[in-house]
Design a protein around this ligand. Sequence first.
Ligand code: SF4
Length: 351
Amino acid sequence: MSRKVGIPGALLYYYYFPLWQAFFQALGAEVAVSGPSTKSVLNRGVELAVEDACLPVKLALGHVAELAGKVDYLFLPRLVSVASREYICPKFLGFPDMVRQTVPDLPPIIDVNVNLYRRQNKLYTAFRAAGKIFSAGEARIFLAYRRGLAALGKYWKLMGEGFSPEEAINLLNRSSPRCPQPSNAARTIPEDGPAAASDKAPRPEREKPVVAVIGHPYNIYDPYISMNLLKKLRQAGVRTATAEQLPETVVRREAAYLPKRLFWTLNQRMTGAAFYFLRSGRVQGLLQVTSFGCGPDSMTGELIARRAAGHGDMPFLNLVLDEHSGEAGVLTRLEAFLDMVRQKQEGGRPG
Ligand code: SF4
């Protein structure tokens, strides 16, 4: 009987799940993902978490608690660095320990060390260690790893085309028919800026304003935590652009305009994307989503806000999420922001 590996649908699930899934499945394991985020999942995480944990970590603890007792292993890689000469937030490094200290009834945790700070090929070292649990065959583990990388490459290609992580994962797993069009805007951001607006007929897709949504993937793509932000924007007649739609080279080039290199990979991506969208003239507003209690966000959030302020009439909204965020308050702020976006689209100066 195949052994079941549990993967919480939180944190860097949004960046790496296809790699992890394809790897374990190629080794004959069954992969189980926790269900969608809900109020009870978050409440459970809040009960378990230490006081100063950020919202995404609290939510992730709730997802782990949901899987514990239902799987044979939990895959919680200890992420130290995912890019050369960079680190990611220390919360990822300590997450497996935090889980051990707080979540009851845990199965064995696969917490292989991922540290690419000095050498990219260290990634295989981590997967080799995880693979040994399921197979003694060196070649089989290596092939599983290659299959994982291939799945990851396809996943990022789909996100570059504008598919959301959920859509891209569904497409890779063939569990839903191919979406006729991605829900995000990358493929439809016009090269020469949006065309003039018309009051008379419903707007063609390419004439709708575009809002850049900048934030950690586990915040903006989780419908519960973000209060369905991306969907609300689309329902309001706005196209969305996110960092995940941009090539790595573009976000790194833009972030390099800062006098000092940012050494947090995720925040570098967010900052580079925000700078690109602001400079490109292809967006009519910038919406930044940050987590309450996030150290890296408090610094890069300020950098992005200052850069947006330097673009004079660019509508800008910073939404700070925490477990007490109320939907009514967010909606009110969003509506005021969208009024400014539409005004900018019509050619007037936002008030
Ligand atoms: S980067 Fe911020 S939001 Fe993400 S895990 Fe670290 S502290 Fe939490």
